[in-house]
Design a protein around this ligand. Structure first.
Ligand code: IMP
Length: 427
């Protein structure tokens, strides 16, 4: 089984965790390459639900090495909480690895994230308030601290002092918030470091050596294409590259080592936070409410109700392009079983102009009205179906259209939350 990148094709919450879960056992290493505690995936371990934000879900498989890559940002407190939860369930995390180059989320990043959102008022981005934007901003401004800095008290304190020279006036003068001393932060973070020290490594070297030994790696993407800092609906995006290219810079593995790129798309569409969403159904719409309730569309990280809408083939086609997708996994097809008819957005009408790809200018995307085709639903329970051929004809037609409009073969269809409710398809 060669190396594979897994990415979200929509606005996140496509069920990447479920697909990673299905694929993990086929790989030796699962590496997360970007994002921080803003991601959330629920894993079922020993019959218990665990919500993981920082630790790759591969941790629950014996023999799979979970790696937090250099492109991630790490909230050490969250990592320690998750390690404690894993320990409670008797799950070993001995082989966890964290890149020494991953940046550390500091308390002031979370303060600034929250304060900035408050200041934006009705223009807020709707972030997860996990300090993601401010932490990545410091990385790019070269005043961030990295996991390896926690291993040396002197360096940690010096770098923190430099960072606070910039951060404290912003906290105090721009937002009217309390400031920090080096000791306020160091007293906790250097304690976290004592526990995390054995897991911090040079992960690019580790991953490349593993590839040389013939090991197979799954690069697990967080967030999704339309939340990508370059290709998403800027500024209503996260602060990292969630497209497949982010797996390269976020892991230190060269692109020639990647064999396949699987995109995960939900059979309908959801979004949390602000920003344009052409196929969004209005609050109170019966179909929207059905999707939300049947699909349990509430955030793992924030508990927020997700905005719901019909499948948008235009954005998945765009995702196929910017990620170089070689295959697609369609999740939550069973949620559509409740609908009499199902719509798919095949194009946008932007003030009289028709677009079959994501418009190049943001204001066009804001005014995009979906152009739909409507298909009959299948109105049957499909949650127990194991073979693709046994799906109702209408469901297969739906998948055929998704394939045709994305130009990417659908190799996996999920018909329920359990790992066993996954139909694999040879294409
Ligand atoms: P941030 O990543 O917390 O800065 O949030 C920026 C935007 O990305 C907001 O609209 C969030 O709701 C969205 N976002 C971040 N992480 C996720 C995720 O894992 N799933 C879905 N949306 C996310």
């Amino acid at each position: 089984m060669p190396s594979k990148i897994l990415v979200g094709t929509q606005w996140g919450d496509e069920g990447k965790g479920k697909v990673t879960d299905v694929l993990s056992s086929e790989f030796d290493i699962v590496v997360r390459c970007q994002g921080g505690a803003n991601a959330g995936h629920t894993v079922i371990a020993n019959g218990h639900k665990l919500a993981l934000h920082q630790i790759p879900s591969g941790v629950i498989y014996e023999g799979v090495v979970p790696v937090i890559g250099n492109g991630c940002i790490v909230d050490p407190k969250v990592v320690l909480e998750e390690l404690a939860a894993l320990k409670e369930q008797g799950i070993s995390y001995d082989n966890l690895k964290i890149s020494g180059n991953a940046h550390i989320v500091m308390p002031y990043h979370k303060d600034l994230d929250e304060a900035h959102e408050r200041k934006l008022g009705k223009n807020l981005i709707g972030t997860t308030k996990r300090g993601v934007g401010p932490c990545y901003a410091d990385k790019v401004s070269r005043i961030g601290l990295r996991m390896q800095d926690m291993l040396d008290e002197k360096i940690f304190n010096e770098k923190l002092e430099t960072a606070l020279i910039e951060k404290n006036p912003v906290l105090e003068k721009v937002y009217g918030l309390p400031t920090y001393t080096v000791n306020d932060i160091a007293k906790d973070y250097l304690e976290y470091a004592k526990v995390l020290r054995p897991y911090i490594i040079e992960s690019s070297r580790y991953l490349n050596e593993a590839l040389t030994e013939g090991k197979d790696i799954l690069f697990e993407g967080s967030q999704a294409t339309m939340l990508d800092i370059d290709f998403g609906t800027y500024p209503f995006v996260t602060s990292s590259n969630c497209v497949s290219g982010g797996a390269i810079t976020g892991s230190g593995v060269g692109p020639t080592n990647i064999d396949t790129v699987i995109g995960v798309a939900k059979a309908y569409l959801t979004r949390v936070g602000s920003g344009p969403f052409p196929t969004e159904l209005p609050e109170g719409d019966a179909v929207g409410e059905t999707l939300c309730e049947q699909g349990h569309e509430y955030g793992t990280t924030t508990g927020r109700k997700r905005r719901c809408g019909y499948y948008d083939a235009v954005i998945v086609n765009y995702a196929a392009r910017v990620n170089g997708l070689t295959e697609l996994a369609i999740t939550k097809l069973d949620v559509l079983s409740a609908l009499n008819t199902i719509k798919i957005c095949i194009a946008y009408d932007c003030n009289g102009e028709r677009y079959t790809t994501v418009p190049e200018h943001q204001s066009k995307f804001y005014e995009a009205k979906p152009v739909y085709i409507e298909m009959p639903g299948w109105k049957t329970d499909i949650t127990k179906i194991k073979n693709y051929v046994d799906l109702p004809r209408e469901a297969k037609d739906y998948i055929d259209i998704i394939e045709r409009l994305s130009g990417v073969p659908v190799t996996m269809v999920c018909v329920g939350p359990d790992r066993s409710q996954t139909i694999k398809r040879q294409r």
